[in-house]
Design a protein around this ligand. Structure first.
Ligand code: DC
Length: 232
């Protein structure tokens, strides 16, 4: 297979990042975190002291941003106006505004265009919310990861603790659910599984078994079988 694309969609903290990163490594593809781009645009808007919940302001700010991409350690990374925002895009401040920014049609159109152009880096494992439905609907490799809300809150809290942000599980759960609601309810490219996506509830699965599902489905297709076929 040459330029295949694996789409891994699902709500926050459903395990997408860890799984996509590892699957990319094992399959020899390039890892792309599409949410990082929505977070990056949000970070830049906030950094300029602009109102992230005002669509016109966000669209204007986006028009002035110069975004560049590069391949680094098997993943696509980006700079906005020459700056790599790094871990700053993971802050709760950015998390609190990113759903507003990601709902702005101009932002979705720009990010979708950037993501489609990434095929120039090689075969891709791309995680997000609309990769299987909007960005690359023609790929046969679509996965939709879910997990129970309590499991997702626990995972997200562990991520935040690693970044020295201490929040209790209730606060994290509220923030996650609010974001999922906004991502699911927005008119433009809402969080939704593609009809032909393989659904995986990761609540009681190990990372290893989820990764194996993904990797095996791609390899099976390479051998001529359906991605969601009988030897699953
Ligand atoms: O996966 P994440 O939590 O880093 O995503 C951050 C935000 O970006 C999330 O609120 C939804 C949005 N997003 C999106 O709308 N479409 C994508 N393909 C990826 C992320």
């Amino acid at each position: 297979m040459s330029n295949w694309i694996v789409a891994i969609d699902g709500p926050s903290a459903s395990g997408k990042s860890t799984v996509a990163r590892e699957a990319a490594k094992r399959l020899g593809g390039v890892y792309v975190d599409s949410g990082a781009l929505y977070r990056g645009v949000t970070w830049k808007v906030l950094q300029q002291g602009l109102a992230a919940d005002d669509s016109d302001v966000v669209a204007r700010a986006l028009g002035a941003m110069r975004v560049t991409f590069r391949l680094e350690d098997g993943a696509v990374r980006f700079c906005i106006d020459g700056d790599d925002p790094g871990a700053a895009i993971r802050s709760e401040e950015v998390a609190g505004s990113v759903s507003h920014v990601a709902a702005v049609p101009e932002v979705r159109q720009a990010v979708t265009g950037w993501l489609r152009e990434m095929t120039r880096f090689g075969p891709l494992v791309m995680e997000g919310r609309d990769i299987g439905t909007v960005v690359f609907p023609e790929t046969p490799f679509k996965f939709f990861l879910t997990a129970r809300a309590d499991v997702r809150a626990r995972r997200r809290r562990q991520d935040l603790a690693r970044q020295q942000e201490e929040l209790d599980e209730g606060q994290v759960l509220c923030s996650l659910c609010r974001r999922d609601e906004m991502d699911s309810a927005r008119p433009a490219a809402p969080l939704r599984a593609a009809p032909d996506a393989i659904m995986l509830d990761t609540s009681d699965m190990t990372i290893e078994s989820v990764v194996r599902h993904v990797v095996e489905a791609v390899r099976r297709h390479d051998r001529g079988a359906e991605p969601g076929g009988a030897d699953r």
